[in-house]
Design a protein around this ligand. Sequence first.
Ligand SMILES: NC(=O)c1ccc[n+]([C@@H]2O[C@H](COP(=O)([O-])OP(=O)(O)OC[C@H]3O[C@@H](n4cnc5c(N)ncnc54)[C@H](OP(=O)(O)O)[C@@H]3O)[C@@H](O)[C@H]2O)c1
Length: 299
Amino acid sequence: MKVKLAEVGPEISAIVAGVMTWGDWGAKMNTSQIQNQIDKCVSLGVTTFDHADIYGGYTTERDWGAAWRDMSISREEIQIVTKCGIKYPCTERDYNLKSYQTTDAYITWSVETSLKKLHVDYLDLLLIHRPSPLMNPEVIAHCIEKLKSSGKVKHFGVSNFTTSQFEMLNSYTPLATNQIEISVLERSAMLNGQLDQCIQHKIKPMAWSPLGGAKMFQKSKEYDLVTLRSRLQDVAKKYGWELDELALIFLNHHPANIIPVLGTTKIERLEKAIASSNVQISDEQWFDIWTAATGEQVP
Ligand SMILES: NC(=O)c1ccc[n+]([C@@H]2O[C@H](COP(=O)([O-])OP(=O)(O)OC[C@H]3O[C@@H](n4cnc5c(N)ncnc54)[C@H](OP(=O)(O)O)[C@@H]3O)[C@@H](O)[C@H]2O)c1
C-alpha cells in the first residue's frame, strides 16, 4: 500500500526498507544478494528504500546502486530516500572529526555524489540527517529550491529534528517528514511534541529503529532492558503476538500514521511485519503495551 507522506511530499510504501545494515555495516550482501533483496521487497509492495550517504562508511549507496543499475524494475516503481549532512571520518573520507555540514555547496555536492553512487537521476526524498547547531535555514531552503528546480530532488525533509528546529526550517521550505527514533523502547516522540507537530502539519513521521533496533532481540545483561523485554514478552504472549509484531502494532495504533523504516535483512521478517500492519487493537490494549514499556500505570 502507498501513502502520501505530506501534502508537499512523495507517495511512499506504508513500510519502508531501511538499508543501513545491508552492506558494510551489517549483512555485507553482495550484488546478487542486494538484487534479490530489492526484488523481494518490491514484490511485497515495500517499494521505498531508506539510505544515507554515511551507511557502510559511505559504501552502501554505491553497493546498492551497483546492484540496482542492472535490474529491470523501472525507476518510477521505487522511491529512494537518502540523507546528508554528517561528516564521518572513515577510510572513504578524509575528515579529521565527526561533524555536521549544511552549507549550500556541501548539500549540493552530497546530493550529486549520492545520485552517481545510486545510479539514479533523482531522489524522491532528501533528508538532513541530523540538525546542526550551525544550520542556516535560509541557506538550506535556497539550496533545496535549486535542487528541486534542477529535478535532482523531488521532496525534502529532516531527521532527528526537535520541534523548534523543525518549525524554523519548515518556515523557509516545506518539510515532508521528520524521521525520528520511535519504538516501544524509545517513546519520547510521543510525549515531547514531535508527533503532535507532525499531526498538526499533516505530515507523516518516519520511525527509525521501529522495533527498538537489534538491542531489542540480542541477549543483554543490561538489567533495565532485560526486565522491560520480559514485561513486553508477557503482554505479547497474552495477545498471541511475538515481540516484533507487538512493536509494530504499538506504532500502527498511534494516530500520527507512523511509517516504520524496518532494518531487517530477512524477507520472512518483512512479511511478518506487513501482516502485523493489519492487526487492529483497542486503546486499552495499546495502554497495556505502554504500561509494560514504562513499568508503571499512567497517572
Ligand atoms: N535517521 C536516522 O538517524 C536513522 C538512524 C538509524 C537507522 N535509520 C534507518 O532505520 C532503519 C532501521 O533501523 P534499525 O535496523 O535499527 O531498525 P529495526 O527494524 O528496529 O531493527 C532491525 C534489527 O533488528 C533485528 N531483528 C528484527 N526482527 C528480529 C527478530 N524477530 N528477532 C531477532 N532480530 C530481529 C534485525 O536483524 P535481521 O536483519 O537479522 O532481521 C536488525 O538487526 C535503518 O536501516 C536506517 O534506514 C535511520
